[in-house]
Write a protein of this length. Structure first.
Length: 513
């Protein structure tokens, strides 16, 4: 009895488990059922305790599903052979999407004693009374990873590829955050694409780089346009799961031998571009946004001269303009972009110190600024400390000459309250109060703890909410009445601050009344 292959059965349906147990005379075939479980978590505990030779598991189960179980078992017990039971009527999907090292699969509708014996014979040694470990075939994931790492396939490995799905291919790159800690996005994507017969299979390649994963989409070349269109649509639908980070998608290619080149030349490049476009749901080769003209190199000498002449407003305005131009150029080297900001911070502090301005706090903060900039994973996180630095510089240079503001907070707020529907800007506000616009911006943020634009939007949206609740005025007119000339922009601001569109907000408010 001890020479028999030990088997654990996993399925959340008891009738399925009992059916598998009773399909064949296991011991006469050289196997012994040593345990059964109704979910992945229970099964993993059994595998740890019983050390079976073979695991037969369902895919769809509560809690830890079959995909997660396969991955966990292979990580802990790589010698355990695994047969997957699946309701997905698609050979290529099962073979490509769940190859974390499984030995074979059986479709549930075809599950019977003969099918089970054939599968067992394929994966077990010839002598059932002397179980030994044997070398399993290399998976498609292993072959693809090898190419992605820049290695070449052997002639034997290329021959193995003939058994895998042929057709057109696309590489899809996702960060760990968009993956949401599992394969849920990929499974949903496959199901949506399969509904229209657009795809043959998906092969998942986890952790190609730190927190970066790649999927190989396999489909008929006739469906190239359909697959691309659905990728765009689905990435937008899926944006709420996990932190925002664009999906990156290669152009179609038609030979698996090209996968390494496509990964290096397209996917990695698009991943770099994504740094500058973190809000985009997807970046697809051939469908990138148009680039504005290249910004000229920053005039550092002119910037230094303006500082020495104490033309701080002009110097900082030029900095902001140049930074805006840099952030719109997604082809700019990320290291170069970050280094430029750090260089400006360093030189500004040196200049201010030479001009006898108090820079002790800035000297202390610069190391924090540098650390945040260096570690930033996207452009928004990278520029945040830089803008904070500029605001602190404005405070430092103006505190000596303008310690007392000629107006007060109440007058500012009252003016905005009375004129929110008009075209308001810091410039118009500064002109009205006869004050420096740049300093007013810093003063506004310092004393009200919110930027001028954000505060104005807040006032306008509150007014809009009252109009939507109490009148039937069309949304476009409400937009105009509260100071927005563009209804589309009004809708975006409203949704960002309130959480729903103006129309939905009105319906909800009317229903509540």
């Amino acid at each position: 009895m001890e020479d028999l292959y030990r088997v654990v059965i996993v399925d959340d349906e008891m009738l399925i488990r009992q059916g598998i147990i009773n399909y064949i005379d296991w011991e006469s075939q050289g196997f012994r059922i040593v345990g059964e479980a109704s979910n992945g978590k229970e099964a993993l505990q059994l595998v740890d305790e019983l050390h079976p030779h073979l695991l037969i598991t369902d895919i769809v189960m509560p809690g830890m599903n079959g995909i997660e179980l396969v991955k966990a078992v292979k990580e802990r017990h790589p010698s355990v052979e695994i047969i997957v039971l699946s309701s997905f009527e698609n050979f290529d999907y099962v073979r490509s999407a769940f190859q974390f090292g499984i030995a074979d699969y059986i479709l549930k509708p075809k599950l019977n004693g003969e099918e089970l014996i054939r599968t067992l014979n394929r994966i077990s040694p010839n002598t059932a009374d002397n179980p030994v470990e044997y070398e399993k075939d290399i998976s498609l994931e292993d072959l693809l990873r090898k190419k992605l790492e820049g290695q070449e396939w052997t002639a034997e490995e290329e021959e193995k590829l003939q058994a895998f799905p042929q057709g057109a291919y696309t590489l899809l790159g996702l960060t760990e955050t968009r993956r949401n800690g599992g394969n849920s996005a990929l499974i949903s994507l496959h199901q949506k694409l399969s509904e229209e017969g657009a795809i043959k299979g998906i092969e998942w390649i986890a952790d190609v780089e730190s927190d970066f994963n790649v999927a190989l989409l396999i489909y008929d070349s006739l469906h190239t346009a359909a697959v691309q269109e659905r990728l765009v649509r689905f990435s937008d639908e899926y944006e709420g799961v996990g932190d925002r980070a664009p999906w990156v998608v290669s152009a179609p290619f038609f030979s698996l031998k090209e996968v390494g080149e496509v990964y290096r030349d397209q996917v990695i490049r698009l991943k770099e571009y994504a740094f500058y476009m973190p809000e985009a749901p997807i970046l697809m080769e051939g469908l990138l946004p148009d680039l504005e003209r290249k910004e000229r190199p920053f005039d550092l000498s002119g910037f230094i001269d303006r500082f020495k002449q104490r033309k701080f407003d002009t110097a900082i305005q030029n900095l902001r303009r140049h930074l805006d131009a840099l952030t719109s150029d997604y082809t700019l080297d990320i290291f170069e972009f970050k280094s430029w900001m750090e260089n400006v911070i360093f030189n500004s502090i040196v200049l201010l110190g030479n001009m006898k301005y108090p820079v002790d706090d800035l000297e202390t903060l610069k190391y924090e600024y540098f650390a945040v900039i260096n570690e930033a994973g996207n452009v928004n996180d990278a520029v945040a400390p830089f803008y904070d630095f500029l605001e602190k510089v404005q405070v430092v240079v103006q505190e000596d000459t303008q310690r007392e503001c000629p107006t007060d907070v109440q007058r500012l707020l009252q003016y905005i309250e009375e004129h929110y529907a008009e075209p308001l800007s810091l410039t118009t506000l500064a002109n009205y109060f006869h004050f420096n616009a740049s300093y007013l911006s810093t003063y506004f943020s310092t004393h009200l703890h919110i930027g001028f634009s954000d505060y104005l939007n807040k006032v306008r949206i509150e007014k809009a909410k009252r109009l939507l609740e109490s009148t039937n005025t069309p949304v476009s007119e409400v937009s105009e009445q509260v100071g927005y000339s563009d209804p589309s922009y009004f809708g975006k601001v409203f949704k960002r601050l309130v959480g729903s569109s103006p129309g939905k907000y009105r319906k909800k408010a009317m229903a509540a009344n």
